[in-house]
Design a binder for this molecule. Structure first.
Ligand code: S3P
Length: 445
């Protein structure tokens, strides 16, 4: 994919449905008690992997465009698959589904592509084994062989990392455990939003017995989620908000190109996901939220963003670190590109989790920024990039959708032409990305 520098971006965009919420809607409706409809289901390949796995587990699913009808089979109604369950590139599919499968009466094997099979799964194996599950793995990585017929007991589990996938896996396994299962988020020194809470919100919306508690103990903020094993799920229609992580690419493009104006319609604004807006605003980007409302327990609204000549920080330092990282983990590649355009550059720390994503996102970002002649240094837990004049170059997606899209936006800011190798992987989360980008890119006449 070749990208030329742009003068500004303009237009109204209807983004595809949120990937995280789509996975959860499909899985939770599959184990609900009857039939319901999902509208604006993500077009992402990852979410198709989830639907395919659920079909292989005997769930009746019909898809008409972005509308998906799911016939719930109940918490224990899934059928033994007659093949391995292929999660493709999707960590969310593998980690959340494992929580559901641990409590079934049959064995199942979860596999994925090379990237997924090299990602850490010990983080879910450990709590599931504490609950009584029996799982064989390839030294803590997929394939995962989940043995059924092991009764699950409830646990109180302190999450070693602020991962929504691990938290969700524990909560979903908790639906099939005796008693109440507690997932305790890592302690925090400040009162910040916990990792994304779509599982909790959707479980509540579908009638599960789930509670959240925030308390302060010895100067730390503690956030716990408790689900009762006796919970059953009612089937209810779900509308998927547009994906704020996909919106991020256009938010940054518009922020950095003066004269830009973009409206992103019906975007999910859940506070556990929307830290990107705060960060951009703190550097002077003009962002307005319109038509804010609630739909199936999620906050949704239109985002209007305008470009500015010079972006500089009104916060103490040009640094993003600490607990906020969990609330913008998927936006860090595009924030690295943003960092090249702002006075004082940008430093990201406490983000070592990026090394365990679809690619090692710290090294992918640093390598590509260097190829574009940005002034950047790599840390074990992040990077620092200075305001830089980007030069068009041959960059690599490293097979990672968010890297492909972040560097397409970098190409808009660069002098000359940028070529992205293996850009097609954008389809993992946003198949329409390059078309939408092309529609909004404008040149002064
Ligand atoms: C996701 C959680 C995040 C995120 C991923 C989707 C989810 O991962 O990076 O893209 O849907 O729960 P972790 O929970 O591992 O941080």
């Amino acid at each position: 994919m070749k990208i030329k520098s742009a003068d500004f971006v303009k237009g109204e965009i209807n983004l595809p449905g949120d990937k995280s919420i789509s996975h959860r809607a499909a899985m939770l409706l599959a184990i609900s008690e009857s039939r319901a409809k999902i509208e604006n289901f993500a077009t992402s390949e990852d979410c198709s992997s989830t639907l395919r796995c659920l079909q292989d587990l005997g769930v009746n699913i019909e898809r008409e465009g972005n509308t998906v009808f799911i016939e719930g089979v109940g918490k224990k109604g899934l059928k033994k698959p007659d093949k391995q369950l292929d999660c493709g590139n999707s960590g969310t599919t593998m980690r959340l589904l494992s929580g559901i499968l641990a409590g079934q009466d049959f064995d199942s094997i979860l596999v994925g592509d090379n990237s997924l099979q090299s990602r850490p799964m010990k983080r879910i194996i450990e709590p599931l084994e504490l609950m009584g599950a029996k799982i064989e793995s390839n030294e803590g990585k997929a394939p995962l062989n989940i043995h059924g017929k092991n009764p699950l007991k409830s646990i109180e589990y302190i999450l070693p990392i602020a991962s929504a996938q691990v938290k969700s896996c524990v909560l979903l396994a908790g639906l099939n455990a005796d008693g109440s299962t507690k997932a305790i988020n890592p302690k925090s020194k400040k009162e910040v939003a916990p990792s994304r809470n779509h599982t909790e919100l959707m479980l509540k919306y579908l009638g599960a017995n789930i509670e959240e508690s925030f308390r302060v103990a010895e100067g730390s903020f503690i956030h716990e989620v408790i689900v009762k094993g006796a919970s059953t799920l009612k089937a209810k229609d779900i509308y998927i908000p547009s994906d704020i992580s996909s919106a991020a690419f256009f938010l940054v493009a518009a922020s950095c190109l003066s004269g830009s104006e973009i409206i992103l319609k019906n975007v999910g604004l859940n506070v556990t996901r929307s830290a990107i807006l705060e960060v951009l605003q703190s550097f002077g980007t003009e962002i307005k939220i319109e038509n804010e409302r609630e739909i199936n327990s999620e906050i949704i609204g239109d985002i209007r963003v305008a470009g500015k000549e010079t972006l500089s920080s009104n916060i103490v330092s040009n640094k993003i670190d600490g607990d906020i990282i969990a609330n913008l983990i998927d936006e860090i590649p595009i924030l690295a590109v943003f960092g090249t355009q702002i006075v004082g550059g940008l430093e990201v720390r406490d983000a070592e989790e990026l090394r365990a994503k679809e690619s090692d996102r710290i090294s992918s970002v640093v390598e590509n920024l260097k190829r574009m002649e940005a002034d950047v240094i790599e840390y074990e837990d992040g990077f620092r990039v200075e305001k830089s004049k980007l030069k068009g170059a041959k960059v690599d997606s490293f097979g990672d959708h968010r890297i492909a899209m972040a560097f397409a936006v970098a190409g808009l800011f660069a002098e000359g032409e940028t070529e992205i190798i293996d850009a097609d992987c954008a389809k993992v989360s946003f198949p329409e990305f390059f078309q939408v980008l092309q529609n909004v890119v404008k040149y002064e006449t």
